[in-house]
Design a protein around this ligand. Structure first.
Ligand code: ACO
Length: 448
């Protein structure tokens, strides 16, 4: 990594020192002291640490930047996923999401995300073989699942059981060993569907259906979820492909809340199962991966197309959110939402039209024309249509965030890998602006 050169001038500003236009640097004048600083700009970014030299006096700690929720802070350099939120562009390793959704499979895309290049035929076969042969889970995991209440949320069960995997694979602590990381990658991508399906079967009180190595990744997941008495589960090809495309769309999304959790927790050098449990927990929230579940609950609450205007009115009054709308990064139609809308109709052709689609379309129609949403640049995000698809495919609402966590596992591992191998990264540890009480003496309880 190229060293960053920072120069600080204590001299009074002289006209000849004024910056020449075209230089990749930022000139700062600290009006408290009159000192001038020149800070390099690289990749359209300044280094926050370069601000530290700016001090009002010798005892000053130095200037830090305040950025609650990291709305304007890059926490890493990354080569995995590119998003242009204004233009509605999403690419994995340079490949447009639309092309991957049309031509690739989830496992091929996962390989691309993790290793940077599309696999050759042999690499893909090898990759699929290893993932397929790591789908079984230790029988003891079933005992944990049995301990959960019949109505336990499957995300809670997934978070707990994936964390529990770390106790079965102590070799996973060897995080700087590439072979170990590769093995945990196979295990995690292979076992997430099994843990998820077993959690679902537990909530139904149904016996667990074991993985079938002859099936594709998606078909095997459907097999573990829905198989009953048939000797061999056969997935409907349209549903199998729809699920695979949804998995592609959810595989990574750069530095979102859960990837940031993965990187931050992983930066303490904990094993990947514990870090994935943290990332899954971050995904569970209704502002993130839990939004698909929240969208469907919202559509039920609205109840009919006629009631959409009334609901939108309450959104505009600030009483609630239009779930599935808005995005920290996209200020345009989320490209994934466009693909999801298309898949929804393919699934409806097989499973019948989901009546909630009319309410969703009306919400979208009104919102896209309404000043409140237009001004704030609020568009449908990936979660707006996925819930309708999942429901039509027979998934209960509580499984929706789980269906997000399974494919996002590849993205989380790729982000974790990149973080571990980046020589600039350290344990994640932000600063704070302390505004609490100054030093004060302890008051005995009788005097309070
Ligand atoms: N409905 C109504 N108003 C909204 C919505 C919404 N869904 N989203 C944002 N706004 C409004 C905010 O109230 C705010 O208005 P103000 O300027 O008058 O205060 C303005 O739009 C900007 O919103 P912020 O909350 O500042 O945007 P932020 O980037 O912090 O939040 C988020 C992004 C969390 C996704 C937000 O849009 C939201 O809560 N959406 C609903 C939940 C959702 O669909 N989450 C899924 C995101 S996609 C994913 O994680 C896979």
């Amino acid at each position: 990594m190229e060293a960053q050169k920072v120069t600080a001038s204590n001299a009074a500003p002289a006209p000849e020192q004024s910056p020449t236009p075209g230089r990749d640097s930022l000139s700062i004048t600290d009006n408290r002291t009159g000192k001038k600083y020149e800070i390099p700009i690289k990749n359209n970014t300044i280094r926050a640490l370069d601000l530290r030299q700016i001090k009002s006096n010798d005892k000053d700690f130095g200037l830090i930047s305040y950025d609650p929720a990291f709305t304007n802070t890059a926490s890493c350099e990354s080569r995995i996923t590119y998003i242009d939120g204004d233009a509605g562009i999403l690419r994995y390793r340079g490949y447009p999401i639309e092309e991957l959704a049309e031509k690739s499979t989830y496992l091929e895309t996962a390989y691309l995300i993790l290793y940077g290049e599309l696999p050759t035929r042999d690499q893909l076969n090898d990759w699929q073989y290893h993932i397929t042969h790591h789908t079984f889970i230790h029988e003891s995991i079933k005992k944990f699942l049995d301990g959960f209440h019949y109505d336990a949320h499957p995300m809670g069960m997934l978070i707990s059981t994936v964390a529990a995997l770390s106790t079965f694979y102590p070799d996973a602590k060897d995080i700087f060993n590439p072979e170990s990381r590769k093995k945990q990658t196979y295990r995690l991508i292979g076992k997430m569907p099994t843990l998820s399906a077993f959690a679902y079967r537990h909530s139904l009180g149904m016996p667990f259906a074991y993985p079938d190595n002859e099936l594709t990744y998606g078909a095997n997941f459907l097999n573990m979820l829905f198989r009953t008495t048939e000797l061999k589960y056969r997935a409907n090809p349209t549903l199998e492909r729809a699920l695979d495309i949804l998995f592609i769309l959810h595989a990574d999304h750069e530095q979102n809340c859960s990837s940031t959790a993965m990187r931050a927790v992983g930066s303490s050098h904990v094993d990947p199962y514990s870090a994935i449990a943290a990332a899954t927990a971050a995904l569970y929230g209704p502002l993130h991966g839990g939004a698909n579940e929240a969208v469907l609950r919202m559509l039920y609450e609205i109840g009919s197309v006629a009631k959409v205007p009334e609901y939108i009115k309450s959104v505009k009054a600030g009483e609630r959110l239009l779930m599935g709308f808005g995005h920290r990064v996209y200020k345009n139609y989320d490209p994934r939402a466009r693909i999801c809308k298309h898949i929804a109709y393919e699934v409806f052709d097989v499973m019948g039209r989901n009546p909630m689609i009319d309410i969703a379309l009306e919400c979208e129609r009104i919102a896209l024309e309404d000043d409140y949403f237009v001004k704030r640049r609020l568009y449908p995000n990936v979660d707006f249509y996925t819930g309708l698809i999942y429901q039509s495919m027979g998934f209960p609402v509580t499984m929706f965030p789980v269906l997000f966590a399974i494919p996002r596992t590849s993205g989380w591992i790729a982000q974790w890998d990149e973080m571990l191998l980046d020589p600039e990264q350290k344990i994640s540890r932000p600063r704070q602006v302390y505004l609490g009480a100054d030093k004060r003496p302890y008051l005995p309880i009788e005097q309070r």
